[in-house]
Design a protein around this ligand. Structure first.
Ligand code: PLP
Length: 398
């Protein structure tokens, strides 16, 4: 059996295993060090009581004749309806909302659906799955000396307000766009998203809009969904998740919106293809998770989502304040749980090592998110408050 060449094409180890490896090595060399992680975006706080009751009651129902359920393919209708109402003012029918086991898993399945012939464009820096998953399916062609030719990197820097120049877009490509952004914490404004939609329409491309952090937006003027923009239904798919707002990183629950108005250039329905993919290589999200999702989206659950995201935003404020006081230029941390800190002229992994050695704090090197992340460090606000406070004390040494 020969190895899949596309796997060999993935450049280095996935970013977070590499961070974990370096943490392990440091811990082995310094067994007494109390390392604090502000690195990986994994949630740390317990699920709040009302949402937890939804999960436990969902599990209990499975032990009854009346409440038992098996496969539910595209998700329970009530949850799809509630998602449409809560997040999209009811503008989507239940057959346009697909429940999943998480946004990352759906991104992988979308990559499978669009296949090897479709090139990709990504914000640079961006969540690594867009690039690595595209390379894995051989999206848009193979390697050239200059890099992977099927992927266009769209630099997002302080100079362009973290919104890319879209003139570099190739026709007929998938544009991955994440707002609030992981890792920069930047949130695109309404006019910027309108520019993105127009650019996609103009060159026959689709947008994969990743709104996994939308519940962290506090500025009421900022859009939480691509579907707040006119005509986005004809050129965008949105993925979203219960992971970061409800603490479901381990529970696993997300959704994808594919409007029936979304059509390929030949007029075929993308919604019908997505339904086919969902029933071919996926068998639906856990019915227990979905019961938790139902609880998360009633009034008590939404209040808990607000409380939990407020807590992490409180952490973000502490981290940002300490960095700004140290004279470090930062973005994010106000409408997002990530703070993007700039260390001009420095190599990201070198700064990562310096912070680990001086402060015993784990961060994520910006260069791991793309070439424009060089000289940046991402600080994550996911942590227990006492750990974040302790980490902030130590970061004063920088
Ligand atoms: N999208 C972004 C931008 C993320 O940062 C993450 C997780 O860190 C995910 C998606 C993954 O979401 P899920 O847990 O629903 O798979």
């Amino acid at each position: 059996m020969n190895r899949n060449k596309c796997i060999a094409n993935i450049k280095a180890g996935y970013l977070f295993p590499e961070v974990a490896k370096r943490r392990r090595e440091y811990a082995q060399a310094h067994p007494d060090a109390k390392i604090i992680s502000l690195g990986i975006g994994n949630t740390t706080e317990p699920i709040l009581p009302h949402i937890d009751r939804g999960l436990t009651e969902g599990a209990a129902k499975l032990a009854t004749f009346e409440g038992y359920s098996g496969y539910q393919d595209e998700g329970i209708a009530e949850l799809r309806e509630r998602i449409s109402k809560v997040f999209y003012k009811g503008q989507f029918g239940i057959d346009e909302i697909f429940i999943s086991d998480g946004a990352k898993c759906d991104i992988g399945r979308l990559q499978l659906m669009f296949g090897a012939q479709t090139p990709a464009a990504v914000q640079d820096p961006s969540y690594p799955v867009y690039v690595d998953g595209s390379v894995l399916i051989g999206a848009g062609g193979g390697w050239e000396d200059s890099g992977y030719k099927g992927i266009t990197y769209l630099p997002c820097t302080a100079e362009n307000d973290y919104f890319p120049d879209l003139s570099a877009l190739k026709p007929n490509c998938l544009i991955y766009f994440c707002s609030p952004n992981n890792p920069t914490g930047a949130v695109a404004g309404r006019e910027q998203l309108a520019v993105l939609v127009r650019a996609a329409q103009k060159n026959g491309s689709f947008i994969i809009f990743d709104a996994a952090y939308s519940e962290y937006i506090r500025d009421s003027g900022l859009p939480k969904s691509i579907f707040e923009i006119d005509e986005a239904k004809t050129c965008a798919i949105e993925v979203n998740s219960f992971s970061k707002p409800a603490g479901f990183t381990g529970v696993r629950l997300g959704w994808t919106v594919v409007s029936k108005e979304l059509k390929y250039s030949g007029g075929e329905s993308v919604n019908a293809d997505w339904s086919r993919i969902a029933s071919t290589v996926f068998n639906g999200a856990s019915n227990i998770s979905q019961a938790g999702g139902m609880a998360a989206l009633d009034s008590e659950g939404l209040a808990e989502i607000r409380k939990l995201s407020d807590f992490y935003l409180g952490n973000a404020r502490l981290i940002r304040n300490v960095l700004v006081k140290a004279g470090i230029v930062c973005t994010g941390g106000d409408n997002s749980p990530y703070i993007w800190a700039r260390f001009p002229g420095r190599d990201s992994w070198e700064v990562f090592t310096e912070i680990l050695e001086k402060c015993q704090v784990i961060t994520t090197p910006g260069s791991g998110f793309g070439p424009s992340g060089q000289s940046f460090i991402r600080f994550s606000a996911f942590g227990h408050r006492a750990d974040v406070e302790e980490a902030c004390e130590r970061l004063k040494k920088l």
